[in-house]
Design a protein around this ligand. Sequence first.
Ligand SMILES: NC(=O)c1ccc[n+]([C@@H]2O[C@H](COP(=O)([O-])OP(=O)(O)OC[C@H]3O[C@@H](n4cnc5c(N)ncnc54)[C@H](OP(=O)(O)O)[C@@H]3O)[C@@H](O)[C@H]2O)c1
Length: 271
Amino acid sequence: MPLPFQQVWSPEDSVAIVTGASSGIGWELTRLLVAERSHVIVVARRRERLLELAETCDQPDRVHLVVGDVTQAGTRDEAMSLADDLGNGGLDLLVNNAGVGAIGPFAEASAERMRKVMEVNFFAPVEWTRAAMPRLRCVAERGKRSVVCNIGSVLGHRAVPDKSEYCASKFALHGWNDSLRAELIHDGIGVTLVSPSTTQSEFFDALVDTDPNQKSKSIGSWPPSRVATATLDAIKRGRSEVILSLGGKALVYADRVSPPVMNGILAKRGD
Ligand SMILES: NC(=O)c1ccc[n+]([C@@H]2O[C@H](COP(=O)([O-])OP(=O)(O)OC[C@H]3O[C@@H](n4cnc5c(N)ncnc54)[C@H](OP(=O)(O)O)[C@@H]3O)[C@@H](O)[C@H]2O)c1
């Protein structure tokens, strides 16, 4: 039966999947969810980091590990079947958080770099959501709200030079996210897009095919715990979109007011 769209989401006794939980935002969000009595299926490639995460949670038995690459169907199948066991066929929350970046001019980049970034940041969230959909629907039919939360970026609202692959992937995620939200709005399934700006995580240590001398030119940053707190708040309140940080909001809203001015400011100069 369709639910009122604004019903508040509660972590208590929920089953959640968080991809990319072995560091940064996903790590912190898992800790918050577990502290509020959610069962969290944590997904990443580094097993030891996921074990460490479980140990730092106040209820380690609520953390369930799936070790693998999010771009692989086997990883997804394992997580979904674990969710079926824990949630009796239902899934309350899917957080598509795993992500990678790359820095450097498009003209000097390999075709492979674009493929890798798009696979992790766009095609993986799409396929994880496709697999989760019947399980999310099952929860909604039981009279509870379920949620898909996509971790985007302010660079999915305004693109900048030297991050073409990353911007393309986050713009794609943003567009797909908005279509999905409109399709599911009357089904009791919420779709939330969270767009952080620079966050102090391991993100810049794991850039794809990037010259180590390339540096991000972003100004100011948030700790991942702050991003995770804002994310959980957005999920609970059924927010459709949140753009985090003052700098992030300034970039996005200035671009909405005058794209040509922003194009001029961001134009790459050779000097
Ligand atoms: N950091 C920023 O400045 C920033 C700004 C805006 C948006 N974001 C977005 O926030 C999200 C989280 O990033 P973060 O800052 O927390 O970065 P992070 O600390 O580098 O975390 C990224 C997570 O994704 C996982 N991951 C990456 N590729 C994977 C793959 N192929 N399969 C499975 N897991 C994979 C990593 O785990 P393993 O390596 O163990 O697999 C790690 O747990 C990303 O979507 C990112 O685009 C970040």
